[in-house]
Design a protein around this ligand. Structure first.
Ligand SMILES: [Zn+2]
Length: 389
């Protein structure tokens, strides 16, 4: 049982990637985990320090039921995911696992973004657009090429905002608000200095995770998956993004674990703030591909809503604009940089107490639901599948 007094302790949050990593490693070692660390040879942190993706395997080595739990796929969003992982390690631990089941935690999938407080990788790649076959032609996004030049200001100020409103009016009239938002956020493979760039090859993070999961998941027959993210406007409430085919056994199982409402598309879009983009190359499907030949795969990208409310569509773009400006216009040493980094963190990893408490409360409740679901699945492996397929 979870100690209710400690359920929402904001003390699980760290103030830097380094601190989060050290606390994760110490707690994992304390939980008796088998730990592995993978250094990113292509990038360093703000103090020149090396950067690692770390994994912790807790439970039997030959477990056929495994919960895979990742954090920091989007860099700075890892503050919440890391705090959630630490809370599980310290408050729930191995005793909360179903008999014979294991948990594989992956800490800081994108350690560069985590350490710098940015969303993308060292190559400005959005890892949730990078998991596709780069030897084949990339998904087209022709509207992006029209929008891109409007979104690369030398300065982010009122005159830029006015200019963007004026210049995008025609595109807006022709395509509508959602199509423009979709073009910007769904992923593009043509502009390395642009928004939601999916890369032209597997990123180090993608290749590393793919290789380690191919090994670690080889014996698994039932895999649950939680990928912690943050973003849309709110105060720590959860958004479940399940990318399984609706109606499939995996999807029905996710409904069983987390509730029909949590997965209902209308409900999800309402929490998201708009209809979601039509993404490609997401990590969920990449991992599903690795696991699926031998195992069922039920999971979700789970967002802790985090950002402050925005007054207009341009304000909503601001955080992405700031990251791009830091990388390609002003540089990390620009006079504006400290303020811009701070503003980005305030959206992805706010310091406010209520948010941090809500994150921990919701994370621990979700771990419990998921482990309960995995326990039912491993006791009665065929029941949901028979009901669904
Ligand atoms: Zn994210």
């Amino acid at each position: 049982m979870i100690n209710k007094l400690s359920m929402n302790d904001p003390g699980f949050f760290s103030n830097s990637y380094e601190e989060a990593r050290q606390r994760f490693l110490a707690a994992a070692a304390g939980a008796g985990a088998r730990i592995a660390s993978y250094e990113n040879p292509h990038a360093r942190g703000p103090a020149g320090q090396p950067l690692f993706l770390d994994t912790a395997w807790i439970g039997p080595a030959d477990a056929e039921t495994v919960l895979l739990n990742t954090s920091g796929t989007h860099g700075a969003e890892g503050y919440a995911g890391s705090a959630a992982q630490l809370a599980w390690l310290e408050r729930m631990g191995a005793a909360s696992l179903p008999p014979g089941a294991a948990l594989l935690m992956v800490h800081a999938v994108n350690p560069y973004g985590f350490a710098w407080g940015l969303r993308g990788t060292e190559n400005n790649v959005d890892l949730n657009r990078n998991w596709l076959d780069h030897s084949k032609p990339h998904p087209a996004n022709p509207l992006y090429a029209e929008v891109h030049p409007l979104m690369c200001p030398k300065r982010i100020d009122a005159s830029f905002a006015n200019e963007l409103v004026a210049k995008s009016a025609k595109l807006l009239a022709r395509h509508g608000q959602w199509a423009l938002e979709d073009a910007i956020t769904r992923g593009q493979y043509s502009h390395p200095d642009g928004f939601h760039f999916g890369g032209t090859a597997p990123e180090w993070s993608t290749a590393t995770l793919r290789a380690l999961l191919s090994r670690e998941m080889a014996a698994a027959k039932r895999v649950g998956f939680i990928d912690w993210h943050t973003g849309p406007v709110g105060d720590g409430e959860l958004i479940f993004l399940c990318f399984s085919r609706p109606g499939s056994a995996d999807y029905v199982r996710a409904q069983d674990w987390w509730g029909d409402d949590a997965l209902d598309p209308a409900h999800v879009n309402a929490l998201w703030g708009s209809k979601r983009p039509s993404r490609r190359g997401i990590m969920f499907w990449g991992i599903e591909e690795i696991v699926k030949p031998q195992a069922g795969f039920t999971g979700a990208v789970i967002e802790f809503r985090s950002a402050r409310a925005k007054e207009n569509p341009i304000d909503s773009l601001r955080i992405s604009l700031l990251e791009r400006w830091l990388r390609f216009e002003g540089g990390f040493d620009a006079p504006e940089a400290p303020h811009y980094f701070e503003e980005i963190l305030e959206d992805y990893a706010p310091r406010r107490q209520s948010w941090r408490e809500n994150v921990i409360t919701h994370a621990l409740a979700t771990y419990e639901q998921t482990l309960d679901g995995l326990a039912r699945w491993s006791r009665d492996p065929d029941s949901r599948a028979l009901a669904a397929d």
